[in-house]
Design a protein around this ligand. Sequence first.
Ligand code: SAH
Ligand code: TMP
Length: 392
Amino acid sequence: MLNKSKKFMSFGKMPIANNFLDKKNFNNEYFFDMEVAFNEEKSLLHLKNFPKPSQMFNENYKFFTSTSNYMINHFENFASKITKKFLKNGAKVIEIGCNDGTLLNFFQSKGFECLGFEPSSNVADLAEKKGLKVIKNFFSSEFCDENFRKKTDLICAANVICHIPDLDNLIKGIDSFLSDKGVFIFEEPYLGSMFEKISYDQIYDEHIYIFSISSIKKLFEKYGFELFLAEPQITHGGSMRYFIRRKNANGEVYNIDSLLEVEKNKKLDNLESCLDFKNNCEISKEKTLKKLKFFKNKGLKISGYAATSKSTTILNYCKIGTDIIDCIYDTTPEKIGKFSPGMHIPIIDYKNFQNNYPDVAYLFAWNHKEEITKKESVFLNKGGKWFSHVQL
Ligand code: SAH
Ligand code: TMP
């Protein structure tokens, strides 16, 4: 599907972004060449190569939706809004990549018949504990439950469609589950926001694709589906919510043409914007290192805050190790006590932050800035400084 893509940049050797590891595994850590390409035919930015999905999504998966109260609230609103607009009593709902069940549970508590797909069994177990029915596998038409075949009113997904290597197969799966008038609604990090913020840390092994309205429209129309609405979201540093249905459902198409025009003006549909982005990444890397070294030369102590998957790209691309950042504070029990992928910075329980305030904290979860800076307001009051490569 993407054989005419052009490689336009490389981030160098990258480890698995969520593989927070023990010291004993430092020597057998897996690395891959993280090269990025753009396909002009499909207007699609993608990784040229990436680890096998089972290397990333398995019983040791370390991302849990419910670690962010902001995201819990976001998904509650998602469920309410979509229910009002699209669902009737007795509707059937599928979620792809339901993780710990945060979003799907909001639909279940409204009385809908729900089914989740989740290959990472540790997080799937948490969803099951909430009483949700979960197929512990990658989404596929192979697992088409007769109860849901061509009868599903809503298929929803968040931050997972960009993880799925074979998009043709994904769309075939959507086709086998969705009812005639059903809708597929999903939200993913948005190319336009990444280019604008120079948030290159959105690119890591799991994010095989960074979508735009142009790319989603092209991908789906090939299979008789129609993008009929797109809504920008502020989550995860700038995302887009896409609304898809069968073309022959003959419904109204809303803001797509005007948004496509905006993307065309910003050259998001061609390689030119990618080359600008590449230059901007190099400048950002230089500036980040210069600033961090400036802090260090002044004798300031620098720590990291939130061991995000995004931080793996920043640390490995800029080659920031314990010579610059002493540790990273985080809330996730599965990460605490381990070391960051590739650069091996220790991960410490966030509860210790207040007893060891650094002079500067690199906020790796810049997308959760409001939630975190509020929770850690004393840090600023005591003279601490938040830092990031994106504007905070
Ligand atoms: N939707 C949640 C979780 C995002 S993380 C949120 O937005 O917070 C992505 C999740 O999708 C992980 O739990 C991962 O195990 C799962 N996943 C990855 N590939 C998948 C696939 N092909 N089908 C279904 N789930 C998948
Ligand atoms: P992500 O950017 O890969 O989604 O990961 C978010 C990480 O940020 C996760 O490891 C938990 C961490 N985190 C905190 O440590 N404190 C917080 O308040 C929030 C919201 C997240």
